[in-house]
Design a protein around this ligand. Structure first.
Ligand SMILES: [Zn+2]
Length: 283
């Protein structure tokens, strides 16, 4: 499908997606032969945010991504779809906004996998497709959606990430141009999800709050004048989206005694070398 509207990096992404050494190649043996950046020489990523639509990563975990960048981590974003069925904006406008937001956060790269918006599934074909991205980008940690959502794509993305992360490590997976690789950790971002369990980890995002806010605001076609968006339920027309988001960040931050926080669930125990390394503000 090289040359199709779903091919290649998103328009305007040349300054963020590494342009050299990553020729696009079709994926073999699958019903979704969509290209991905072919760049096995690049350093592995420490953190990869894999979310359904452009803007989900910024809205749900943008603070932790920016904080990771500031800590010297290699951070990337993979949008599973281009958001082509969204009610606002166009895929081209959203792609430009997505690259602006990525630059504000300072991430290493942003890619789009080109899976179908509105029809995202944890299907065998999609697992192989995402597994190939994971083999090439080699993230140590993948962060994605919580398991429940009103948006079916978000629910599908959550299980698809599980499936693809496991399958990426299988030796005989029909992905012949990248060696087996499996992320060590899958974490779920639970900001805005009142039905999620109490977080296992909260990231203090106070030092990056302004960049987080600016990255969300970069999606003007999606959020300008909107009191609610994505996972963010509205508080009525008199409360702007930014204020609604800050309300949630303040609530999560207060759990650990800081102004602004983002919550994450790991669903597995946290490994630490000794009890003294446990930073939990009990009182
Ligand atoms: Zn979304």
């Amino acid at each position: 499908m090289t040359g199709s509207p779903l091919s290649g990096p998103v328009p305007g992404s040349e300054n963020v997606v590494p342009p050299a050494g990553c020729p696009l190649t079709p994926m073999p043996m699958t019903a979704l032969p969509l290209p991905v950046p072919r760049d096995l020489d690049r350093p592995p990523l420490d953190v990869l945010a894999v979310f359904a639509h452009p803007d989900d990563a910024e809205l749900i975990c943008g603070g932790a991504l920016a904080a990771g960048v500031d800590a010297g981590q290699q951070v990337g974003i993979l949008d599973l779809t281009r958001g082509e069925t969204g009610s606002r904006g166009t895929p081209e406008i959203r792609a430009r906004e997505a690259m602006d937001a990525a630059e504000i956060l300072g991430v290493e790269g942003r890619w789009t996998s080109g899976l179908p918006d509105g029809a995202l599934e944890d299907s065998p074909e999609a697992r192989i497709h995402l597994a190939r991205h994971l083999r090439i980008l080699r993230p140590g940690l993948v962060v994605t959606h919580w398991r429940t959502s009103r948006h079916p794509d978000h629910r599908a993305a959550s299980t698809l990430v599980d499936s693809a992360s496991f399958m990426a490590g299988l030796k005989n997976l029909p992905v012949e141009d990248a060696p087996p690789y499996r992320p060590r950790t899958v974490a779920r971002a639970t900001l805005f999800r009142d039905d999620a369990p109490a977080p296992d980890v909260i990231v203090d995002v106070g030092s990056v709050l302004d960049r987080r806010t600016a990255a969300v605001a970069a999606f003007r076609s999606q959020f300008e004048g909107a009191p609610a968006a994505g996972e963010v339920r509205g508080g009525g027309p008199e409360r702007p989206l930014e204020e609604q988001v800050r309300h949630h960040l303040a609530r999560e931050g207060s759990r650990i005694g800081v102004a602004w926080g983002e919550p994450y669930v790991t669903e597995h125990p946290l490994a630490i070398p000794h009890l003294g390394a446990l930073d939990v503000p009990t009182y």
